[in-house]
Design a protein around this ligand. Structure first.
Ligand code: PMV
Length: 322
């Protein structure tokens, strides 16, 4: 028997308040709540169709056949819920540089959760879809929602879910991603988080600080206060990266090119062009700015980087079926 082929599109999100550390590795329960902006330029389209003639899941990513145990493990969660034990054909196209700190796993697992659950005949609410997406990748929890979204930390599978903070977004806010390296990262976020939580002496103060940052950014969104949002997001990102430096062994996602972009942002700011930076588990830098500053920032960036390394994006929408 052949199931219906279901296709879903999910956009990536960039955290303004980062998730860094798990309380439960198996269920992916985070140590802190996080908050993000979903982006319209970067997304993943995934289709799922179960087929009784298959003896294992058949996965193609950007037209290449891949053997990914994480995907099969994730599909097993769906199969168990649906009580259908047939394997599936999964086709995924990523409009995001894979594993380069641009959160491709966020859009990938959000799209797979949506297409996979529906293909196996389960209709989930957005909250339950976010809980399912969480099992694939923590940041995917937030990619079910458009605009500003959050992931409530919770304490178990039931209470750890994503929700919308504001969609559509009222604030004039954009992100400029500077692609410095599109190779898969050397230290996965999973591994990095584990080293930080186990060895950084600053981990407890990160938890306290990040809880405050969440409240500050949530209030800034409600008050349409771009300056507070940008400043706090930048601080939060650097506080996360300081956990990598203070771990044993220490590690670093920031490279020389990242530093160059950070210095450019500071220089632009010094010249009255308001903008802020954030970074995830890779060297790419994302600049947060308002629409009237985009051309001044991209002009400056083009002194050093090529046009195809600079990607401007506004807020994106939540999960949808194609
Ligand atoms: O979802 P993961 O395991 O790829 O971890 C994401 C970690 C950060 O991107 C650095 C922060 C975040 O909240 O997205």
């Amino acid at each position: 028997m052949l199931g219906e082929k279901i296709t879903a599109r999910a956009h990536t999100n960039i955290a303004l308040v980062k998730y860094w550390g798990k309380e439960n590795e198996e269920l992916i329960i985070p140590a802190n709540s996080s908050l993000s902006l979903t982006l319209d330029e970067f997304y993943t389209d995934t289709s799922v169709q179960f087929d009784e003639s298959l003896s294992s899941d058949e996965v193609t990513l950007n037209d290449k056949v891949v053997d990914d145990k994480k995907i099969t493990k994730f599909m097993d969660i769906i199969r168990q819920k649906a009580n259908i034990h047939t394997f599936a054909r999964i086709e995924s196209t990523n409009h995001v540089p894979t594993s380069a700190g641009l959160a491709s796993s966020a859009s990938a697992y959000a799209a797979l959760a949506a297409a996979g659950s529906k293909a196996y005949g389960i209709n989930l609410s957005k909250k339950d879809l976010s809980r399912l997406a969480r099992r694939g990748s923590g940041s995917a929890t937030r990619s079910i929602f458009g605009g500003f979204a959050a992931w409530n930390k919770g304490t178990d599978d039931e209470s750890s879910y994503g929700y919308s903070i504001e969609d559509p977004v009222k604030m004039d806010v954009n992100m400029i991603a500077i692609i410095l390296d599109n190779q898969p990262k050397k230290i996965s976020s999973r591994k990095g988080m584990k080293i930080s939580i186990e060895t950084s002496p600053y981990y407890q103060s990160w938890i306290q600080q990040t809880t405050g940052d969440f409240q500050t950014i949530e209030a800034a969104i409600k008050e349409n206060d771009f300056t507070t949002l940008g400043k706090t997001a930048e601080l939060n990102a650097m506080r996360m990266h300081s956990l990598t430096l203070s771990s044993d062994p220490s590690y670093l996602y920031i490279n020389a090119d990242s530093l160059e972009v950070i210095n450019m942002v500071k220089e632009l700011r010094g010249n009255g062009i308001e903008c802020y930076y954030t970074m995830d588990a890779g060297p790419n830098v994302k600049i947060i700015c308002q629409s009237d500053k985009i051309s001044a920032i991209t002009d400056k960036l083009s002194d050093k980087f090529s046009n195809d390394q600079i990607k401007v994006s506004g807020p994106g929408e939540g999960i949808k079926y194609l």
